[in-house]
Design a protein around this ligand. Sequence first.
Ligand code: GAL
Length: 659
Amino acid sequence: MRVRRFLMSLSVLLLVGCSAAAGGLGNVVAPGKVWLSDLDISKTQQGWGEPRKNLSVDGNPLQIAGKKFERGLGTHADSLLYIELNGGSTRFNAQVGVDDEVNRAGSVEFRILADGKPLFKSGMIKSGDAAKTVDVDVTGVTLLILAVDSGDDMNYDHADWADAFFTVSGAAPKTVDAPKEEAVILTPKPSPKPRINSARVFGVRPGSPVLYTIAASGQRPLWFSAENLPEGLTLNRETGQITGKLAKRGEHKITMVATNDLGEARKELRLVVGDTIALTPPMGWNSWNCWACAVDDKKIRDAADAMVKSGLINHGWQYINIDDCWMVRLNSDDPVVGGPRRDEAGRLLTNKRFPDMKGLTDYVHGQGLKIGTYISPGPWTCAGYEGSWQHEQLDARRFAEWGFDYLKYDWCGYGSIVSRPTLEQMKEPYLFMRLCLDRIDRDIVYSLCQYGMGDVWKWGAEVGGNCWRTTGDITDSWGSMAGIGFAQADHAPYASPGHWNDPDMLVVGLVGWGPTLRESRLTPNEQYTHISLWCLLASPLLIGCDLTRIDDFTMNLLTNDEVLEVNQDPLGKQAVRITQDNGREVWAKKMEDGSLAVGLFNRDEIAQTVTTQWSDLGLGGKMRVRDLWRQQDVGSFNGTFSAEVPRHGVVLVRLFPAE
Ligand code: GAL
């Protein structure tokens, strides 16, 4: 007994001594098995939730097609984990699949890259499929990347690297952060000469107040004028705000003019008086991705001030939208957010963080901006605040009286009214609020938020929505942003002026769902991808960061007028996916002038050349290719165009017939 104990402590000593001595030699450990789940798995980047040690992403024991596993990493597509092997491991083994905890169909592909080269691909694995065996030689590999890509979309893609271990003979495997990138500013500084950047088409309903601000960049002072401004409208020469009312249906062609000491810019505006508003995707800011429930009156005013002061307003950004948490919270003893939820007449009350809603909307309008609000058709909102259930008409009227221009209507608490809704039941609350909004004489952009249930893109327009969320909530990870953005291809036919698919708000700049904020975790190239893709998708563009602390890189992302023009094009087409292979994707959007906006994306972990063929794009002959981020012509090309695209990056171009 004694002898055994002595031998054991000797071996422990030897091991400790060995690894301690080896500390300086590259962290060598005794040969053997190292479980993936024993590494620092917090470095996993994923599309939803948090990575879990020996549990699924939802915190259940790992289980694939009925088989339980004691060890492993539970993650969610799109997922990435970088592991330095430094030549110390010989094999990597695992059982991979979709965890049984999802009761709907998830579909994923597991991939392993060794020093940038593909080493393993599982093929598509669906919920219920047996685990696939991974058994790969990693001898001599320095950097291993474990990736899980989503199949159709990222919903329910709970992915397990079960029983995953390395056979180690030298340096211990170590998880590391994905490579850092320099934040390179591509957008050229705006010219001091005047340039009009606001949308070329604007819709208003007969009799509704018009608020259109001519957005223009260029050295101040800058003066505005307009030719053919219809009677009933006036233009403020200094601010470029067009206000007034038009009673009759019809179209007006107005020439907007902006002048400064250096010259003059002119642009045609088609003002359409009819039933449809939001003829181009709404552009603005929303409080949720930065402040969540830490929002208050001051933060909204500050955001409006910053929208103007930063110059964002000059590039077409116009909505300041309050998300959840401005009403009174149910069952709360907190004197700030608790209390009576409605007055005696049943009208909505605000919580104490919003002491004067009318004052706030007047303030924001006074800046030449518009303002939005949020509520649920259910008895409460997602964060547990008062909802509109059984007060819909009163609330619509209240929103109009307060002066709101945008309403996000979020299913949430309605789940307590119908938990397993039929298609008709899904439509019902949205149709009902539509009817209520139709009865008020104010144009309110109607934004449906129900996370894509029942393929809302197929009927969002039918229930009167101007836009509809197609997905769950975005977060500032590559997995989430890319998982959502690249899954929008099938929705393209349903987008048109006044009717937009909404893959959720932007996650660039300082975000964090309040009160503390962080830099977006997206790399600079991922952020270029995010903005380029959302512009191609003709998505509403709602900035989610703290506008009062916006840095130069973020401003560069949000003020590139040639990029934003892709989003605001009056034809209102959403880009379609042209090709997709090995992480390379080409998406193209038809523009009103006959040109094509084309995104060449690289979803892979290493830089790749991405090529597009005219035959795939439906083009022929010579085309002039313009790089939109750099605002530079690249040259004329015949038949094909290629670009070197960085990891997770994009080259966004516009193709015009060459002269
Ligand atoms: C979610 C919605 C988010 C945000 C949040 C507020 O349902 O998708 O965008 O509005 O509610 O509680």
